[in-house]
Ligand binder design. Structure first.
Ligand code: IPM
Ligand code: MG
Length: 352
């Protein structure tokens, strides 16, 4: 099992370190290679996604990714900004299906800003399309109009085949869970999203046992706060999925808890926490490593078919929460305050 570790910027190295410690404790044989990515790669090699890094990623069986983003590089031309590393990996490796589960652990019900009865027991899965939409659509740019004023423009695009393949992923995920799929779009305003709705409905005819519903994204944003437990699986486009998954993370108490898997059609995957590089807390041993540790568990399950080992990690995380360990993002009075490393220690101890 060849794992390529791309730690990246900010808290990326600290959190991937803890996930690696957990993986190494499992008595499985991993071959781990590391490569620079994001701002760190720009500083070392002049590009956020150097060819050497992309090559290592391609040659691996799975990628464990930390985070990218560095405010001090925000003035670089877009193609050299740290974020281009993750966007480039998703596009180059065709990782179109992004799984973002949002699970509320009983111990963290109080950490959510919502009422306990609204979030207790919540278990939803957001499937975000990851290689299309306004993120990648051409043309885009900033141009100067005849009157001398500048205008920014981006293009939302989805082809039928792009919609169809992620819809299949959504229906198949729903089959394995509560058999309810909600497709989120903005078909009332955008032509792209009208096509989205049509194609998802067509695909739905192949899955009669899954109850399909459609919801406009603005309403979905509201319903996630009002009654999130109405959802089982949500399938949506790249930009709406970006926004809704951050929102969903707050139902669970902290964005520091949410793992993700980004898969291509062959099941090759990149695994990363949904949060960013958090440069403000980097290097202080306070970041929550659990989202990355849980991403490693998703890697074992999806890329290596090691469901039991994945469950061992997930059970250890539950134990650690039950034991009262909390990083500062989920801290509450009376809990055991843990730093990044101490949280890793606690998970290691709970593995056995
Ligand atoms: C995410 C992030 C990325 C995105 C950024 C870092 C480019 O917000 O994975 O959700 O917008 O997709
Ligand atoms: Mg995001």
């Amino acid at each position: 099992m060849k794992i390529c570790v791309l730690a990246g910027d900010g808290i990326g190295p600290e959190i991937t370190d803890q996930a690696l410690r957990v993986l190494h404790a499992l008595d499985l044989k991993f071959d781990v290679t590391e490569a620079p990515v994001g701002g760190a790669a720009y500083r070392a090699l002049g590009h956020p996604l150097p060819d050497s890094t992309l090559k290592l990623a391609r040659e691996s069986d799975a990628i464990l990714f930390g985070a990218v983003g560095d405010f001090s590089l925000d003035t670089l031309p877009r193609e050299l900004r740290p974020e281009q590393a993750i966007l480039g990996l998703r596009k180059e490796l065709n990782l179109f299906a992004n799984f973002r589960p949002a699970l509320v652990y009983p111990e963290l019900v109080q950490a959510s800003s919502l009422k306990p009865e609204v979030v207790a027991g919540l278990d939803i899965l957001i499937i975000r399309e990851l290689t299309g939409d306004i993120y990648f659509g051409q043309p885009r740019g900033i141009r100067t109009l005849a009157n001398g004023e500048r205008e920014g423009y981006d293009t939302m695009r989805y082809s039928e085949s792009e919609i169809r393949r992620v819809a299949h992923v959504g229906f198949q995920a729903a089959q394995k869970r509560g058999r309810r799929l909600c497709s989120v779009d903005k078909a009332n305003v955008l032509d792209t999203m009208q096509l989205w709705r049509e194609v998802v409905s067509e695909v739905g005819e192949e899955y009669p046992e899954v109850a399909l519903s459609h919801m406009y994204v603005d309403n979905a944003a509201m319903q996630l706060l009002k009654n999130p437990k109405q959802f089982d699986v949500i399938v949506t486009g790249n930009m709406f999925g970006d926004i809704l998954s951050d929102e969903a993370s707050m139902l669970t108490g902290s964005i520091g808890m949410l793992p993700s898997a980004s898969l291509n059609e062959h099941g090759f995957g990149l695994y990363e926490p949904i949060h960013g590089s958090a440069p403000d807390i980097a290097g202080k041993n306070i970041a929550n490593p659990l989202a990355t540790i849980l991403s490693a568990a998703m890697m074992l399950r999806y890329s290596f078919n090691l469901a039991e080992a994945a469950e061992r990690i997930e059970t250890a995380v539950k134990r650690v929460l039950a034991q009262g360990f909390r990083t500062s993002d989920i801290f509450e009075p009376g809990a055991k305050k843990a730093g990044t490393i101490e949280m890793g220690d606690a998970v290691l101890a709970a593995l056995s």
